[in-house]
Design a protein around this ligand. Sequence first.
Ligand SMILES: Cc1ncc(COP(=O)(O)O)c(C=O)c1O
Length: 390
Amino acid sequence: MERIRKFLLERRQTGTLRTLAPLVRLGHGWVRPLDSGEKLLDFSSNDYLGLAEHPEVIGAARKYLEMFGAGAGAARLMSGDLEINHLLEQEIARFKSTEAALLFGSGYLANTGIIPALAGRGDLIVTDRLNHASIYDGCLLSGARTIRFRHNDLNHLEQILQEKRSQYNSCLLVVESIYSMDGDRCPLVELVKLKKRFGFFLMVDEAHATGIYGENGAGIIEEDGVSDGVDIAMGTFGKALGSYGAYAAASREMVDYLVNRARTFIYSTALPPAVIGASLASLYLVGSEVQHRLDLLAKVAFFKKQLRKNGLKDDFGPSQIIPVMIGDSAKALAAAAELRRRGIYLKAVRPPTVPEGTARLRFSITNHHREEDLKRCAAILAEELRRHKL
Ligand SMILES: Cc1ncc(COP(=O)(O)O)c(C=O)c1O
């Protein structure tokens, strides 16, 4: 316990202690902390398209719950392989233009299952330095030699591949298409070219792109037209699709392999039917109603324009995730607390989630935000940053 107390004290002293704070969801993007009467506008949700509250998504979840029961009861390879899993997988494969798809319990489970299935002792994994913790954990679990390249730095990546690729039989490159904490994009077209030169499995985590980018909302792989060059497109249902769970979209052979080798798939209970119903409805909405993502992209552009109008200088990146860099963790926490006092709910993102010295306010724009809210939020943010000389 001494070691645990010391850890907690150190985290408290450095402003990096994580704590839970229960919220009441009031709907349409508004939340209320359980311990106060404040009504706050949520800027930290990944329910980008607002589909978690969409009546058709809720209706489908209710219908599947009533038709198929509350829980799957077992893993897919036992008796949990209800036909609705296959229905959703077919829809994912169609959505992502791949031969097949495989469901996972969550994005964390997908990454920690797929990566160790594709790379093991004696293999090489090359991973972007800013990849999500679930990708890191997948690399660790794999036992493969893992080398991180500087974020989005193609020269550094190429240098690593030149030096190391030939020493290993098999190599896996993992990137995110939209980075979760920085909101920037990976240079996917160039990565596919490197794949042709050096030969490696290319895995792309589309957690923050699925449902938003590309002609049909399938993500950056679709937008960049490189689906043939990507071996595994991983994505989640818990963000823009407003549901829960995750998928790997790939060739039939790759999916058959994962069914046999991805331990987080094999040894985990299948998704609950209500979740599958919600995911099916969301996929249908994304595919049939382009307005959801057009609205979101318009709101993102509007918010960035408001930030500039209020004197903020950054270019704020290409996506719905907008990081406002603060640097110091304690200052980022103080800034988030000030914003909260003024009706804006968002979390200061601090190390170890992001690298040392890059604590930030991460604004996540969703379809719940109205223009007047975005305008007010940008003005408040600029005022607080000026007041605190940040
Ligand atoms: C890039 C990325 N990959 C994977 C995950 C994990 O997904 P899930 O929340 O479904 O476990 C997240 C976020 O949670 C993420 O941001």
